[in-house]
Design a protein around this ligand. Structure first.
Ligand SMILES: [Zn+2]
Ligand SMILES: [Zn+2]
Length: 429
């Protein structure tokens, strides 16, 4: 059976679960402990930063989507000054948190979360050495040459710890990149990837490339469920009900269907938004402004994904009053963060505000500002601050034409840094 046929088979079974399914227990430890969620009728915050005291702000650099498989990769984040680590790995899509527990082959030996098997959700634990034993002789001895990064010799043996202890003061929270979802009609949701910083939810298996033939035997290597059901499970797995969220990953790179993007934003307000700087510098501002132009709040996320070597990185700068995991995850939920292209502190926002009439922003060094609305760039300004009043600057138009306003600040020191505020929504929806 090919992977494609298998996914099709799983689709029918999952489709019968349907959208109506209430948020289900995630089936992992944190969710079982009761990661209950806030009522989902609280909309995404249409006026971020309103409770940020900029005179006492602590900026915590992090990202909502960054793979981190070994100490060398972790060092790239730490060298950039990250204060919150939320590794988003897959195969399986399970939190590498705390990092101190992670060993070589960890999830092959400690797989406890449910998996879709022949279209049915089966609870863990999964003892892969035992499960694979009946077909171990059918494993291609050359499999390791095809995908060395994902290969481990059968029987699997747990190896050494992958990471040194995190430096003092560096926080960590669970996250993972989930994949292999189904659409409402049961077809595969090709290339749809979702991260959920702050959620302990886990999905899928280690065997994405079917090297150990588990896919051939019916074990789905990813979510295998309708994306809405999977998102409900991510939400049920939040370690803080009022913090963290769900992100729609790399829309440009995967050429995400725009209507699907809107459906996902409408599914639950804890689907916080989309990646804007993604996958090695792809820029998805066109997706972002298009979603915002519909009147929907949609936060932007800034991520390196796999590309931790690049200068253009993708950093979320969380604006908190105290440096705790809870405060950081709440900053994500409330939209109290801004994006940085490079994230090496060449430029920082010292204020981003909207009083209902005027958008203002300031930076710690001179910059070139742009105020962007549904009409495009409506104001450019050089200096250390910018302000834009919707009625004053465009009295013939008004908020209904502009819909939203966000601020972009370009460093003028040659560092290449660009900062992106979250959007303020100018209209009610
Ligand atoms: Zn991805
Ligand atoms: Zn990724």
């Amino acid at each position: 059976m090919t992977r494609r046929e298998f996914v099709g088979g799983a689709a029918l079974a999952a489709a019968s679960v349907g959208r109506a399914g209430s948020p289900l227990p995630a089936g992992n430890k944190a969710a079982a402990k009761g990661g209950s969620a806030l009522p989902s009728d609280r909309p995404r915050n249409r006026r971020p930063y309103s409770d940020v005291d900029w005179s006492k702000v602590i900026r915590v650099k992090t990202t909502s989507h960054g793979h981190c498989m070994n100490q060398a990769m972790l060092d790239k984040y730490l060298k950039r000054g990250f204060g919150l680590i939320t590794m988003s790995n897959y195969y399986p899509s399970a939190p590498w948190c705390p990092a101190s527990k992670m060993t070589k082959n960890y999830w092959r030996l400690h797989h406890e979360h449910p998996v879709m098997v022949n279209g049915k959700r089966v609870n863990g634990p999964f003892d892969w050495n035992k499960i694979i034993a009946p077909w171990k002789d059918t494993i291609d001895p050359k499999a390791g040459e095809r995908k060395p990064a994902w290969y481990a010799k059968y029987p699997f043996v747990e190896g050494k710890k992958l990471f040194k202890p995190l430096p003092p003061g560096v926080l960590e929270a669970p996250n993972a990149e989930h994949h292999s979802f189904l659409l409402e009609d049961g077809r595969p949701a090709a290339s749809l990837h979702i991260c959920s910083p702050g959620s302990a939810f886990a999905s899928g298996t280690f065997d994405a490339h079917n090297l150990a033939k588990t896919v051939s035997h019916g074990y789905n290597y990813g979510s295998g469920e309708f994306w809405g059901t999977a998102i409900d499970r991510m939400i049920a797995g939040f370690i803080h009900p009022d913090g963290g969220g769900v992100t729609i990953n790399h829309p440009s790179w995967t050429k995400l269907d725009r209507e699907l993007m809107l459906k996902m934003l409408d599914h639950d307000p804890r689907v916080l938004g989309i990646e804007v700087i993604e996958d090695s510098g792809h820029n998805s501002e066109n997706y972002w402004d298009w979603a915002l132009s519909t009147g929907r709040q949609c936060f932007g996320f800034f991520v390196p994904d796999w590309h931790v070597e690049n200068k253009v990185f993708g950093v979320n700068v969380l604006c908190v009053q105290e440096k705790t995991v809870h405060a950081c995850l709440k900053a994500y939920r409330e939209g109290n963060f801004y994006g940085a292209l490079v994230g090496l502190d060449a430029l920082a926002f010292t204020r981003i505000a909207f009083d209902g009439k005027t958008v203002t922003a300031a930076t710690d060094k001179p910059a070139r500002f742009e105020v962007i609305t549904a009409r495009g760039v409506v104001k450019e300004q050089k200096g250390t601050e910018v302000s834009w009043t919707v009625e004053k600057e465009a009295p013939w138009q008004g908020p209904g034409i502009h819909v939203f306003a966000r601020v972009k600040a370009y460093a003028i020191d040659g560092s290449g840094e660009v900062l992106f505020s979250q959007p303020f929504m100018l209209v009610d929806r």
